[in-house]
Design a protein around this ligand. Structure first.
Ligand code: CDP
Ligand code: CDP
Length: 226
């Protein structure tokens, strides 16, 4: 039995975190945890409850009552709230617009960070987000800060969409606005942990990034992974 490690992947929107984290988890036989999906799930429910501009206390109270489920699936991960599948709903433009506001609420963060730490307690987890290497898993054996230019990140997101919802320029603005809110907030801002390896994927393929991270894991475990 190889010793299991935890892998933390942070970075701005569209850097490739979830794509890469899922593939690394697959190669390692580990569990992938998408923490952004948890903030998105709380945001979806806050929107549905008309709490978008409500007091932060109301949103954190709502969050405490939610049973958020992350279930590994063939195409990544299914997300449920109180038993309902919300995997597609949490990717809406409305959730995109509101999620960074909800993610600033300290009590919401405390609640979700606590859940995330529980999920990683027995190791063998690849977790992506904004504060994994700094707050959630400061002792993760491998930490990566994955980034790419805002234009490239917008282009990648654009290719994923059907092309009608937003223009490329709108997407880039949305991404830049979210980058700013995530990096400038008081609680657990998006930043690179001192001991995180910086990977700029602007000119790298998904597989080049995955291979780089697997190499970092091999170094930590001291064994071949195929
Ligand atoms: O996939 P994308 O990069 O667009 O975003 P995400 O990872 O789904 O995260 C959505 C939002 O949740 C981010 O813009 C952050 O505001 C927030 N978030 C956070 O604050 N902390 C995390 N660990 C993960 C996400
Ligand atoms: O999770 P995050 O928001 O950081 O990004 P993502 O949703 O995993 O990746 C955004 C898009 O970029 C996906 O369609 C990936 O296939 C693509 N991508 C890429 O083309 N080249 C890379 N080196 C990394 C991601």
């Amino acid at each position: 039995h190889d010793p299991k490690i935890n892998i933390a992947i942070d970075g701005p929107a569209g850097a490739g975190k979830s794509t890469v984290a899922r593939l690394v988890a697959e190669k390692m036989g580990y569990i992938y945890v998408d923490t952004g999906a948890m903030y998105r799930a709380v945001t979806l429910k806050a929107l549905e409850s008309g709490l978008k501009d409500g007091p932060p206390e109301a949103i954190s109270a709502l969050a405490r009552g939610l049973q958020i489920g992350l279930v590994p699936a063939k195409d990544g991960q299914r997300v449920s709230v109180n038993g309902d599948d919300v995997t597609d709903l949490i990717r809406s433009i409305e959730v995109n617009r509101t999620v960074s506001m909800v993610a600033q609420i300290e009590d919401v963060r405390k609640l979700l960070v606590d859940k995330q730490q529980h999920m990683a307690a027995s190791k063998g987890v690849v977790m992506d987000g904004r504060d994994i290497g700094t707050q959630v898993l400061p002792d993760a054996e491998v930490k990566v800060f994955l980034t790419a230019s805002a234009r490239m990140r917008a282009e990648r997101r654009y290719k994923e969409m059907d092309g009608t919802a937003m223009t490329l320029d709108e997407l880039e603005l949305d991404i830049q606005r979210r980058d700013r809110m995530d990096a400038e907030r008081e609680v657990s801002p998006l930043m690179r942990a001192d001991d995180a390896v910086l990977i700029d994927s602007t000119q790298l393929s998904i597989h080049q990034v995955v291979d780089h991270i697997i190499d970092l894991c091999k170094e930590q475990i001291g064994k071949e992974i195929t």
